[in-house]
Write a protein that binds this ligand. Sequence first.
Ligand code: SF4
Length: 354
Amino acid sequence: MDADRVRAALLSWYRHARRDLPWRATRDPYAVLVAEVMLQQTRVEQALPYYRRFLSRFPTVGHLAAADPDEVLAGWEGLGYYRRALQLHAAAREMAARYGGRVPDDEEALRSLPGIGPYTAAAVLSIAYGRPRPALDGNALRVLARLTAEAEPIDRADVRERLRRVAERLLCRDDPGGFNQALMELGATVCLPRRPRCGDCPLAPACAARAAGLADRLPRRRPRAAPAEERRVAALARDGAGRVLLGRRPPGGLLGGLWELPAAAVGGAAELARYARERWGLPLEPGPMAGELELRFSHRVWRVEVFRACAPPGLPPPREGAEYVAFAWADLEAPAAWPMPPALRRWLQENHGR
Ligand code: SF4
């Protein structure tokens, strides 16, 4: 493969074919960082309105660092993977405290911040600071695997390292950020996962997978385990004012920092009541079934049976090491105050008019 030709063909294609996206109009390291964190596991079209809203609400590291975590979660609600929001917030606080509110331009410093892995650090360094680092997301890896007809699974560390070295050889030293974005854009719009549009591809003359007739069969991945299913039981309790009893999950882990109906992996309503009394100090009186709810995560599915329940107006303080750091009676007419998984909010609205 002639690296100079591939690079030139890719960059020339990118100049006219690139989509006009707001994060491409800036080299502000903070805006680049927000975009990169948002785009992890989220499609561009879905992220667009959130990106604009988030940056107008928190335009600098300082604004984000000074915000309350609830505000940040509320700005993120609907995007999923809430841990990213809390980690970005924690990273902003560290940048405010240690780097004078600047996004560091040093790999080690960036990687030491919460939630910033090798890809995000490389993207920020190359796009915002012009450093020659290949940034390989799933789209870029797919293009490289096809370009080189990589036969081994790309989710293996040694294979990724091999592809990273290919990217390093191809990288444009004068415009590493542009090169990285061009490679990712080609993967997102032309070298598509199922049906690569090789006829429209600027790299077609150099592509080994295409030459071998393997384009739509590569890259390979190791077989994935089906998401683990967990059955849970939740309590739907209301007070006299129509407020709903919620528990807040601790930061980190599944649904970190979000509110949900108090729930546990138990066999039924009576068992949940016993569990709630013993583990949370919360007396619950179980009632009839209210419905079922499903919450999906990347590697797990929660199937939740919801039972009506009665609970006392005075709620217990949180217990050390329990699943909830707070209980509260929530007025769901003010949704921003109660960030929760969108599937639960929809369920509450559809089933219970709130
Ligand atoms: Fe992907 Fe086809 Fe282009 Fe090869 S020629 S990089 S398989 S779109």
